[in-house]
Design a protein around this ligand. Sequence first.
Ligand SMILES: N[C@@H](CCC(=O)N[C@@H](CS)C(=O)NCC(=O)O)C(=O)O
Length: 318
Amino acid sequence: MASSTDVTLFHFPFSYYSRRVLMALYERQIPFIDKKINIFLGTQNEDWYLTMNPKGEVPVLKHGDVVVYNSTDMIEYLDDHIPTAITLLPPRDTQARKDVKEFCEFLNTITIDVITYGIWTNPERSTDGLSFILRNVATPKETVHRLSSLAVKLRQNAERNDSFKDYFISKSQHWETFVSQIKDKNVVAGCLDGLEAVFERAEELLAKSRTDALSQSSDIWLFEGRLTIADIYLTILIDRLVPLGVSRRYFNVNKNPNVLRFWKQVRERPSFRKLGRQTRMYGVRIIAPKVLRRAAPVLMGMAMVGVAVGLFIAWRRT
Ligand SMILES: N[C@@H](CCC(=O)N[C@@H](CS)C(=O)NCC(=O)O)C(=O)O
């Protein structure tokens, strides 16, 4: 039987679904081998990766010979197979487990990729402005161009690669539809409107948790008076909406105040802080060369002015 040290997570640190599993691993303090898959470079479409995950998506969890593809299944699998003092799901066959999973399924209906790219490629849709990383990792034009050429490239791959032909055709169609969705203001607005119900439900559950006898500390949680997978899902959702500059529409001091309280509380959690550090480190590695390249003319100009001033001072002294 595989031991807990045989856990490997293939992931992309910015990916929504990867972040859920990363936070779960950090929360439960499960050691794992960290394999980063840069989905911007298309590593998920390489043969070795498709052999492991025919869906060509991150994250993927490997435990010995077992491969798990879906973030919810991964967290459930870890609970069942890697015992630690903390579990993220209530025991099987309980109403609590049913409730937690129902909330997670509700959150899984959110089309987070359309929201993310819809705002990223149309920053005017962001009420509070995009974060530094989002502004610098790629321009809106570059992103739309990358997605459109990706669709073309995947179609070419389908002609060249017989083993994964069907995969490449369906992925190419997926990105074509996706580009038209993110360009459509009504589609993006519809997805953003849909989030209202999620936050209303979260507020209801968190408000209940405050008055519930189950709650042992001043912390508030969605279910059971303790952190569960549902809280991780809500945390990662908010963590996505904040850099997109749209979170204040859903919670603030006047609207859904318990969600605001929850967000302040989870931001301080060691597992979440660790996640933030990992992302920043990876973000710097990815965007530093881009930022430097963009800033190169300015830096060069400043250096030339510096040299000119130096020469002028030296000339005046002679
Ligand atoms: N249902 C999957 C969804 C995974 C998913 O959509 N991953 C995205 C990144 S967040 C991905 O790998 N996209 C790259 C691609 O499709 O090429 C899960 O819960 O893990």
